[in-house]
Design a protein around this ligand. Structure first.
Ligand code: BGC
Ligand code: MG
Length: 556
């Protein structure tokens, strides 16, 4: 009976509400664990470091954290090469640390998403160690093995994102194996049912511990064409989502090495596992050059596959009104039933303020872009440091850590510039570590450190806090319908969100100059304040100072 049940299962202390739809419009905060906070002085961030800083994230107004990989790994791709799906890498702490992190986060009202990297493993994973032993072992077919062509060359023209052929020769099996990324990241063979069962079990392991969901790494890479057909050339180099132009990977359409139709049935199996638990969520990283929106629609519409798609549309280029309009329009028009997860920065791309034109006031722009991302229809995902308005760091070649950058230098410098550690205080290494940080802490970030920004009411951090906490009360910004507005001003991006009787007009001045916008729609609106921005309204004319956002409620 109820009393007995209570004694048997003491409730974990939590501030989370029971809502299967919690992720719609929720603010996600991405933590790159190596670079967040180091508790033990080894120069690498860790789980206890994150626990200490959870109040910072809760206070910011986030609803959930996504932690980039912390499972056991040789760290060739900094955790995106997993060697054990059921343990924490000692560099980051222990499984008990993770359990404590979950409990603490939930207590503070933060859900916890983890990165599930199952398209490939590390070459050190015991599955691969066994698989490469010979052609007859139990796991012989767990990875994608193929014979050489008669002339000894690789089976087809598939390329690795990190450079060169996607095929690596193995001297024991006298066969090639497939790797879409580093050659130490062999690709699992999802056509094998045992592989599917094994990765679903790995997911279950973390769900049992209580994680609230997964960010699915490279979710459209799970399957490959079993006939190993050659990819054809990419005829439209304007849509580059996965790799820069300096990378030959961009010169192919990846018809046969990813986004294969078999993936849909697997996603349904994974979703069914999620649905055995309450309030869990899947957000998949979908990188595709060819028909990305069709893919997204297939992956996210309905309630049998992914809950959300992590989209690339705002992750490259300068975020001008035209560019944002194009991304947003494509997505809402071509996948109207899908729910996007919007990001402007992450651990793989140049930080957004550094993609602005050189004369832009970066500090002011940061808050405006954060508000914009967090007001679109979808769920925003903010990357550590974005709330602080930080720029991309310059990491000299000698200090580069990212194998992708080392391979593609100098045109593409890799991903270290967005991965430099957090600067918490005005001390050596910004208080990130008492040791030597794995990447240098940026002097500019130390000058604009967290503690300093906490004391300055006009700092990007204080504006982010004001905005995100204000946003919690404006339900139309979380779940409302969306409509683009033609603002008549080339530097002002605008749209309308509408939920029940609440309509909010949102305008963003993406320039260093005062902007004036005339819209009939604004007539009779009330200016919403206390969100960290200032603007004014006179009849149907809104005045937005440089890099200010304006929110106007239509009174019916
Ligand atoms: C991650 C990258 C990683 C790659 C391979 C991604 O898209 O975000 O950081 O290198 O997958 O796992
Ligand atoms: Mg550490």
């Amino acid at each position: 009976m109820t009393v007995a049940a209570k004694i048997d299962a003491p409730e974990m202390e939590t501030r989370l509400v029971n809502d299967p739809d919690w992720w719609r419009g929720a603010v996600l905060y991405q933590i790159y664990p190596r670079s967040f906070a180091d508790s033990n002085g080894d120069g690498v961030g860790d789980l206890p470091g994150i626990i200490e800083r959870l109040p910072y994230i809760a206070n910011l107004g986030a609803d959930a954290i996504w932690i980039s990989p912390f499972m056991k790994s040789p760290m060739d791709d900094f955790g995106y090469d997993v060697s054990d799906y059921r343990d924490v890498d000692p560099m980051f702490g222990t499984l008990d640390d993770f359990k404590q992190l979950l409990q603490e986060a939930h207590k503070q009202g933060l859900r916890v998403l983890i990165d599930l990297v199952i398209s490939h493993t590390s070459e050190q994973h015991e599955w691969f160690v066994e698989s490469r032993r010979d052609r007859t072992n139990d796991k012989a077919d767990w990875y994608v093995w193929a014979n050489a062509k008669a002339d000894g060359s690789p089976p087809n023209n598939w390329l690795s994102i990190f450079g060169g052929s996607a095929w690596q020769w193995d001297t024991r099996r006298l066969q090639y194996y497939l790797h879409n990324f580093l050659r130490s990241q062999p690709d699992l063979n999802f056509h094998n049912e045992e592989v599917q069962a094994a990765v679903l079990d790995a997911a279950r392991f973390w769900l049992e511990l209580g994680v609230d969901g997964f960010r699915l790494d490279t979710v459209n890479f799970y399957f490959h064409d079993q006939e190993l057909r050659d990819n054809g050339p990419n005829e439209d180099l304007s849509q580059l989502n996965t790799a820069p132009l300096s990378n030959p990977y961009s010169y192919q359409y990846h018809t046969y090495d990813k986004s294969r139709p078999e993936n849909l049935a697997f996603l349904e199996k994974l979703r069914a596992v999620m649905d055995e638990y309450d309030n869990r969520m899947l957000v998949g990283e979908i990188g595709s050059e060819e028909d990305p929106y069709g893919l997204l629609k297939e992956y996210t519409e309905g309630d049998k596959r992914l809950h959300m798609s992590y989209v690339f549309d705002l992750l490259s280029n300068e975020p001008t009104p035209d560019y944002i309009t194009q991304g947003v329009r494509n997505l809402y028009e071509q996948a109207p039933g899908g729910w996007p997860c919007w990001a402007m920065s992450n651990h793989d791309v140049k930080r957004v303020v550094s993609r602005l034109s050189p004369e832009a006031d970066k500090r002011a722009a940061a808050s405006c872009l954060l508000a914009l991302t967090s007001s679109l229809k979808g769920s925003p995902c903010l990357y550590q440091g974005e709330e602080l308005g930080w720029s991309e760091s310059e990491v000299p070649y000698e200090l580069l850590q990212d194998p992708y950058g080392i391979e593609m230098w100098p045109d593409f410098k890799g991903r270290d510039g967005c991965r430099t550690p957090m600067a918490w205080r005005y001390t050596e290494h910004g208080g990130f570590t008492s040791g030597t940080p794995w990447l240098p802490v940026d002097e500019q970030h130390i000058a604009e450190n967290v503690e300093k920004q906490q004391q300055d009411p006009h700092s990007p951090l204080q504006k982010s806090i004001a905005f995100l906490n204000w946003r919690k009360e404006i339900k139309a910004l979380q779940k409302g319908a969306f409509e683009l507005i033609e603002t008549g001003h080339d530097k002002v991006f605008g749209f309308k969100r509408e939920l029940d009787s609440e309509t909010v007009v949102c305008l963003f001045n993406l320039s260093n100059d005062l902007a004036e916008v005339h819209l009939e729609l604004l007539d009779g609106c009330e200016v919403l304040s206390d969100n960290g921005f200032s603007c004014s309204l006179n009849g149907s004319t809104a005045q937005l100072p440089a890099w200010q956002a304006g929110y106007f409620r239509l009174n019916k």
